[in-house]
Design a protein around this ligand. Structure first.
Ligand code: MGD
Ligand code: MGD
Ligand code: SF4
Ligand code: MO
Length: 700
C-alpha cells in the first residue's frame, strides 16, 4: 500500500461573480482539491478569502454534482431524466436549433449566459456561436448597468482610486455594498486604515448588516433614497465652507449650478425622504468635509432601484465637492472594469456580429419567453436556448413569467451546469460542466487591478466538460466551425490574448500568476482630467447624450423613464413607492454564505444560512401580531412568498429585508423571492431593480 500522500500548492483565481476575484493558493492532495487559501503575496487579496470558497472541496465533490448528460424523459419540469452520451445529447441540441431556425429564422435561438464563471474564455465563448449563427443577442442588464451608468456619467471612465489606497484613508465610506459578505477584501484594506491611521469607517445601507456592525458611523436609509442623502451632504458641504473651490473650478463642469440647485436640499428635506435624522446627516457631512482623505467605496446594492443610476452619480459627486480625489487615500471607487484592455474579439467572434440582429433584455426573460411583443422587439418568438453560467428561473425578476415561459412545449432548452438548478430542472437537455480548477481560464478583478490566471489543476470528474467544448462541438454541428476562434483550446485563446496585451504567454503567465495593471496615481485620480472630452467631472450629466468610454451598451436604445432624469443630483421618485395596499419596501440583500444562486447547495453554506427569513422591525411586527420565527407571507401584484419572521430593530419602520436568493424549492410553494421583484428597466441604460419592491406583509 502506498501511504505517501502527495500535497502540492496550485495557483488559481476565484472564478465567481464577486468584485474581489481573489488570488488563490489551492492545496492539491493526491490529485484532489484540499483547502483553498488566499494568496498572501497578492497585494489586494492579502491572504484573505471568504469561508465559502475556502471550503470549495464541498462544491467540487458534492454528491449532487452533475456528471453525465441528461435528456428529459417526462413532462417539462417533472424531474424524469435519462442519461445520454455527449454525442447524442449534442446532436439533439444542434438538431433542435436547426429546426427552430428553419421555422422562425435565426433570431428565434437565444443563447443566454451570465457570470457564473468570470473566466473570459469559458464565460464569453457563447457569443462566438451566437454571432456566427446570427442568433439573438443578450442585452446584459441584471447586474452592472445602473451602477456603471451612474458612475461613468460623472467621471467619464470606469475606474477609480486604487482600492489598496483605502488603507491610506482617514475616512472610508462604504456605500451600498455589504462588503463583509460580498467582497471581503474591502474590509481588509478599510480595517487596516483604522488600525494604522485611526481612520473612521462609515457605512450607508438599508439595514444594520454585518458591514455596518464594523462601522464607526452607520447610516440606515430607506431603499432608493441615497440620492436625497447625497444631496443633503453636499448642501452642508457648500453651506459650511467645506467645498474645495479651487478644485471645483478646475475639475468640474458647473459647481455654481450645483450649489444653487442644492440650496433647498437641506438635511431636513432629506430626513423626510430617507428616514435619516437631519443631525446624523450633518455629522456625516462634517466628517467627510473635515477629512480630505475620504475614500468613497461605492457598491452595486444601492443602484438596484429604478432611480439607481441617479443615486450612484449623486453619491459619487460628493468626492468632487470636497476635492478628495487630490489626495492619496481619497477619491472614489466603484469598479476598475475599464482598465484591463484585454482583447476578447477572438473569443466572442465580434468580427461576425451583425448589428441588425435584435438584442433581448436578460432581465426581461420572463416577458420574452411569454411572448411580450415589446420584449421581443416585434420579432419571432424564442423557441430554442442554450444556457451557460446562470440560473434565470431563480435569479431573474418576474419569476412566475419566467417559469411559465420555460414550461412552454414549443421551447427547447439546453442547460450546461454544475448542478441541477431551478433552471436545469426545466430544461430538455442538461449537460455537466467543469469547475474552475478543472479548466484553463483568465480573470480580471473588477474590484482591484489584477489580471489573474486560473490554469487547470485537477481532472474533471466523470463526463463533466468545459464550456468551450460545448460551444465548439455545437459549432461543428451547426456548420460554423471553420470560422476564426473555433477549434482552439482555452490555452490557445489565452496565448493569443496575452500576446495582444504584451503580457507573455499562457506558460509565462502561469509562472507570474497575475499582472498588476493599476494606472498611475494621476490617471487613477483623474488629476490629468476626467474621462469626458472637456476633462471635467459632470455634476450635470448628459444622461441621454453621447456615452463616454466604457459606457454600458445602448444597443436597444434608452430605457426606463430616462426623460425624467434630473439635471443635477437629486431624489427622483420613480421608485416602487409604498401605497395603502403595499405599506412596505423590500430589499433582497445578499446572503453571506451564498453567492447569488451558487453555494446554495453546499452543506457548510446551507447550515450557516438556515432558512429563508424576512427581517422586519419589531414594532411593525407587533402591529401585525407577528412574533419571532412566525411564518409570514409577503406579496404584491406579481405574487406571494412565505418566509420566517426575524425581528430586528436595525432596519427602518416600513422596510423589510430578505437575505439571499434561496433556491425556489427552499420556499414553501416552490417559488422564490424573485416572484416579487419587477423587471422594469432602470433609466437610462437598463438594469434590474431587485431591491426596489413594494409589498404587503401578513401572518401566513
Ligand atoms: N432578488 C435578487 N435577485 C438577484 C440579485 C439580488 O441581489 N436579489 N442579484 C442579481 C445579480 S447582481 C446577479 S449577477 C444575478 C446572478 O445570478 P446567476 O447568474 O444565477 O449567478 P451565479 O450563482 O453566479 O451563477 C449561476 C450558475 O453558473 C454556474 N456555473 C459556474 N461556473 C460554471 C461553468 O464554468 N460552466 C457552466 N456551464 N456553468 C457554471 C453555477 O453552477 C450557477 O448555477 O442574480 C441577480 N438576481
Ligand atoms: N456572499 C455573497 N457575495 C456576493 C454575492 C452574493 O449574492 N453573496 N453576489 C455577487 C454579485 S453578482 C455582485 S454584483 C456583488 C454585489 O455586491 P454589493 O455591491 O454588495 O451589492 P448587493 O449585494 O446588491 O447589495 C449590497 C448592499 O446594498 C444594500 N442596499 C439595498 N438597497 C439599498 C439602497 O437603496 N441604499 C443603500 N444604501 N443600500 C441598499 C443591501 O442591503 C446590501 O447590504 O456581490 C457579489 N458577491
Ligand atoms: S467569492 Fe469573492 S471573496 Fe470569496 S474567494 Fe471568491 S473572489 Fe474572494
Ligand atoms: Mo452581480
Amino acid at each position: 500500500m502506498n501511504t505517501h500522500v502527495q500535497t502540492r500548492i496550485g495557483h488559481s483565481a476565484c472564478p465567481h461573480d464577486c468584485p474581489s476575484t481573489c488570488a488563490l493558493d489551492v492545496e492539491i492532495v493526491d490529485g484532489r482539491l484540499g483547502r483553498v487559501h488566499g494568496a498572501r503575496d497578492n497585494s489586494y487579496t492579502a491572504g484573505v478569502i471568504c469561508a465559502k470558497v475556502a471550503r470549495y472541496a464541498e462544491r467540487v465533490y458534492h454528491p449532487e454534482r452533475l456528471l453525465k448528460p441528461l435528456v428529459r424523459a417526462g413532462a417539462k419540469g417533472e424531474g424524469a431524466w435519462k442519461e445520454a452520451s455527449w454525442e447524442a445529447a449534442l446532436d439533439r441540441v444542434a438538431e433542435a436549433f436547426l429546426r427552430a431556425e428553419e421555422k422562425y429564422g435565426s433570431e428565434t435561438v437565444w443563447p443566454y449566459h451570465y457570470a457564473g464563471t468570470m473566466g473570459l474564455v469559458q464565460r464569453d465563448s457563447i457569443h462566438r456561436v451566437r454571432h456566427a449563427k446570427r442568433y439573438s443577442k443578450q442585452f446584459d442588464t441584471i447586474c452592472t448597468n445602473p451602477a456603471w451608468a451612474g458612475y461613468v456619467m460623472g467621471t467619464g471612465a470606469l475606474h477609480g482610486a486604487d482600492p489598496r489606497e483605502m488603507a491610506k484613508a482617514d475616512c472610508v465610506v462604504i456605500w451600498g455594498t455589504n462588503a463583509v459578505a460580498t467582497q471581503v477584501n474591502v474590509m481588509t484594506h478599510a480595517v487596516r486604515a483604522r488600525k494604522e491611521r485611526g481612520a473612521r469607517i462609515v457605512v450607508v445601507d438599508v439595514y444594520d448588516n454585518a458591514t455596518m456592525k464594523q462601522a464607526d458611523l452607520g447610516i440606515i436609509v430607506r431603499p432608493g433614497t441615497d440620492g436625497a442623502l447625497a444631496c443633503a451632504v453636499m448642501h452642508v458641504l457648500f453651506r459650511d465652507g467645506f467645498a474645495d473651490w479651487p478644485y471645483l473650478e478646475k475639475y468640474t463642469d458647473d459647481p455654481r449650478g450645483l450649489e444653487a440647485h442644492l440650496a433647498t436640499r437641506t438635511p431636513e428635506w432629506a430626513e423626510a425622504i430617507t428616514g435619516v435624522p437631519a443631525s446624523e446627516i450633518e455629522t456625516f457631512a462634517r466628517l467627510v468635509g473635515q477629512t480630505k482623505r475620504t475614500y468613497f467605496r461605492l457598491g452595486y446594492g444601492f443602484t438596484r432601484n429604478r432611480n439607481g443610476a441617479v443615486n450612484m452619480h449623486a453619491a459619487l459627486s460628493i468626492a468632487a465637492v470636497t476635492g478628495a480625489w487630490q489626495y492619496e487615500g481619497g477619491g472614489a471607487f466603484h469598479s476598475n472594469s475599464g482598465i484591463f484592455g484585454l482583447d476578447k474579439s477572438l473569443i466572442e467572434g465580434t468580427a461576425f456580429a451583425d448589428p441588425s440582429i435584435r438584442s433581448l433584455d436578460q432581465s426581461q426573460i420572463g416577458r420574452v419567453l411569454t411572448g411580450d411583443p415589446q420584449a421581443l422587439h416585434g420579432g419571432p418568438p424564442v423557441t430554442a436556448m442554450l444556457i451557460q453560467n446562470t440560473n434565470p428561473a431563480n435569479v431573474a425578476p418576474e419569476q412566475r413569467l419566467v417559469k411559465r415561459g420555460f414550461l412552454r412545449d414549443d421551447l427547447f432548452v439546453c442547460v450546461h451546469e454544475q448542478f441541477m438548478t431551478d433552471t436545469a430542472k426545466l430544461a430538455d437537455v442538461v449537460l455537466p460542466a467543469t469547475m474552475f480548477i478543472e479548466h484553463d481560464d483568465i480573470y480580471r478583478g473588477g474590484g482591484h487591478q489584477h489580471i489573474l490566471l486560473g490554469p487547470k489543476l485537477i481532472d474533471p470528474p466523470a463526463e463533466a466538460r468545459e464550456n468551450i467544448y460545448v460551444i465548439d462541438e455545437l459549432a461543428k454541428r451547426l456548420g460554423v466551425a471553420h470560422l476564426p476562434g473555433f477549434g482552439l483550446s482555452a490555452r490557445e485563446h489565452l496565448d493569443w490574448m496575452l500576446a495582444q496585451r504584451g503580457l507573455g504567454t499562457f506558460d509565462s503567465f502561469r509562472h507570474e500568476r497575475w499582472a498588476d495593471v493599476q494606472p498611475d496615481f494621476e490617471t487613477a485620480h483623474f488629476l490629468n482630467g476626467f474621462g469626458h472630452p472637456d476633462g471635467k467631472f459632470r455634476f450635470s450629466p448628459k444622461w441621454t447624450g453621447t456615452p463616454g468610454p466604457n459606457h454600458p451598451p445602448r444597443s436597444i436604445g434608452f430605457q426606463g423613464p430616462h426623460e425624467r432624469l434630473p439635471a443635477f443630483p437629486d431624489h427622483v421618485d420613480f421608485i416602487e413607492e409604498t401605497d395603502a395596499e403595499h405599506p412596505f419596501r423590500l430589499a433582497t440583500s445578499p446572503a453571506r454564505s451564498f453567492l447569488n444562486s451558487s453555494f446554495t447547495e453546499t452543506p457548510g453554506s446551507k447550515k450557516r444560512e438556515g432558512r429563508p427569513e424576512l427581517i422586519l422591525h419589531p414594532e411593525d411586527a407587533a402591529l401585525m401580531g407577528i412574533a419571532e420565527g412566525d411564518r409570514v407571507e409577503i406579496g404584491n401584484g406579481r405574487g406571494e412568498v412565505v418566509l420566517h419572521a426575524k425581528l430586528f430593530d436595525g432596519v427602518r419602520r416600513g422596510v423589510v429585508i430578505a437575505e439571499g436568493i434561496w433556491p425556489n424549492s427552499a420556499h414553501e410553494r416552490g417559488e422564490g423571492i424573485n416572484v416579487l421583484t419587477g423587471a422594469d428597466a432602470v433609466a437610462p441604460y437598463g438594469g434590474a431593480a431587485v431591491h426596489d419592491t413594494k409589498v404587503w406583509v401578513r401572518p401566513a
